[in-house]
Design a binder for this molecule. Structure first.
Ligand SMILES: Nc1ncnc2c1ncn2[C@@H]1O[C@H](COP(=O)(O)OP(=O)(O)OP(=O)(O)O)[C@@H](O)[C@H]1O
Ligand SMILES: [Mg+2]
Length: 481
């Protein structure tokens, strides 16, 4: 039952029925009550009028008993039967001279209403709960003996109103039947409307299940029907697009990785084949070839190491070893290790520190990240160029800037330089032993520290990388890579 009510269609049907039935019930109760009271009032007026006609008839004779001829008494009997009640006529001596039930004939009848009727006051009472009515009407003598009209008797008509309600019940049954027909129409209408409203949703659901089963030629979409469905379609399209991009980049990654791994292997094979294929090779040639083979093995090992590092990054198991670190000392040490390479390429390394900086970092991982930035700045520089590394901080972050006046990066390449295996100039990178994984790893490691990295560059003028990392490492929010 709970499950059934969870379906949108059953809810639409439920609300349609509730919102049509409730007004129906209210209308029904109101209508029946109004109709009932109208019917009763109508009958009361009718009986009242009849009482007055009878009283007038009885007043035609001097004595009321003279008017009660056998034929008139039978007329009164007929009236009382017709109204399902009892008629009593009381003369001036408070004696019952006519009782259509023949129970109290000849007895005295003294009541407040009778007294008042002899004083000229009419009495009328209808009790809705007991369904009982009573009329007490004075009979005025019409014999002009005196100027004032004399009251010669009192007429009492009492009756239950069952018979009024009985006739009403028949009408009520017809009303109920009509209402059942209306209810049937509403139910049919609710089913039809819910079906029509649900059609786009059902179509969308079918498209989704087709898509889920592998029919990927079209993205599920139901456009122009409901704005809600349109926005779901848009979000879905974006999500699918994102996953397709991830899929594509995954494929690209695998193909790039295998290509990169194969390149040193091919070189090793060529070198070793040429050694095997020749006879009487001089010792120096052996030495030279084996040195080249060793370089290629190093290269292969580096690629494998980088790939392993990449796959580890972002996983929960890859936790950081966070320690309070003197960042000034950290940068000085880092530059010290790169200084020989810089010197060999005739590139000047400049260090600039604006203040003492202490930060909570994993120094091994940040060393790897920053080393790549400085190494790149040296590698992609020119003879006599410089690399300036500056360290600064505010109360929340520290900033590391690596600026060079090297070859620069073309504008169109800038959005891709953090992509895995991306290199602007493949030949130059290969010569310098680069695989294009460095910046991707650098960005990943900085993000693990909840930091960000930005790049600005102009071809032939130089490149500046700016890194911003929080001074305090927040353990609860893991950085995404
Ligand atoms: N300071 C820089 N000046 C000019 N070009 C740069 C600079 N830093 C990076 N690049 C360009 O961005 C590319 C990507 O750099 P990245 O560090 O990812 O790869 P790599 O240096 O070629 O190889 P790896 O770092 O894996 O050994 C480089 O190949 C180079 O073309
Ligand atoms: Mg690099």
């Amino acid at each position: 039952m709970k499950r059934l009510f969870k379906s949108l269609r059953s809810r639409i049907i439920f609300f349609l029925i509730v919102f049509s039935i409730v007004p129906c019930i209210v209308l029904h109760t109101g209508l029946v009550a109004t109709f009932e009271s109208h019917l009763v009032n109508q009958r009361l007026i009718e009986i009242n009028q009849r009482c007055h006609v009878v009283a007038q008839e009885l007043g035609k004779n001097e004595k009321v008993s003279d008017s009660l001829t056998t034929s008139y008494a039978s007329v009164l009997n007929w009236y009382s039967e017709a109204y399902g009640g009892r008629i009593l006529i009381i003369d001036q001596n408070y004696k019952v001279v006519l009782d259509t039930f023949n129970v109290d004939l000849g007895r005295e009848c003294i009541s407040d209403a009778v007294f008042k009727a002899f004083e000229g006051q009419e009495y009328q009472n209808y009790d809705r709960t007991t369904e009982y009515l009573e009329f007490v009407v004075p009979v005025r003598s019409q014999i002009p003996a005196s100027s004032e009209q004399r009251i010669s008797a009192v007429l009492i008509l009492s009756s239950t109103t069952d018979w009024i309600m009985e006739s009403f019940r028949g009408t009520q049954r017809i009303i109920l039947l009509l209402e059942l027909v209306i209810l049937g129409i509403i139910l049919f209408f609710a089913l039809y409307v819910s079906y029509m409203l649900m059609q786009p949703v059902n179509a969308f659901r079918e498209q989704l299940s087709d898509f889920g089963e592998g029919h990927r030629d079209s993205v599920p979409a139901v456009e122009g029907v409901y704005s809600e469905l349109n926005s779901i379609t848009d979000s879905l399209r974006m999500t699918i697009q994102r996953y397709q991009d991830i899929d594509r980049s995954q494929e690209e990654f695998v193909s790039n990785a295998s290509h990169e791994l194969r390149t040193p292997m091919t070189s090793i094979r060529v070198l070793s084949d040429s050694l095997i294929g020749q006879e009487n090779i001089p010792e120096e040639t052996y030495q030279e070839f084996l040195k080249d083979i060793s370089v290629e093995i190093d290269r292969e090992a580096r690629i494998i190491e980088d790939l392993l590092q990449m796959t580890k990054m972002g996983k929960a198991s890859d936790t950081l070893n966070i320690q309070m670190t003197d960042m000034n000392e950290f940068v000085i040490d880092l530059l010290k290790s790169i200084r020989p390479i810089a010197a060999s390429q005739n590139v000047e390394l400049i260090y600039e520190s604006f203040r003492q900086v202490n930060a909570e970092v994993d120094s091994t991982k940040l060393n790897q990240a920053f080393s790549n930035l400085v190494e790149n700045a040296v590698k992609y520089n020119k003879d006599g160029g410089y690399v300036k590394v500056s360290l600064d901080a505010d109360h929340e972050y520290f900033y590391l800037m690596v600026a060079d006046n090297g070859i620069g990066i073309p504008e169109e390449a800038l959005p891709h330089i953090f992509d895995r295996f991306y290199r602007v100039d493949k030949a130059r990178s290969r010569d310098t032993g680069g695989t294009g994984l460095g910046l991707s790893i650098t960005r990943g490691l900085i993000q693990q520290h909840h930091g960000i990295i930005k790049v600005e560059s102009e071809v032939n003028k130089g490149t500046t990388f700016t890194v911003r990392v929080p001074l305090k490492y927040e353990r609860n929010e893991e950085g995404s890579v």
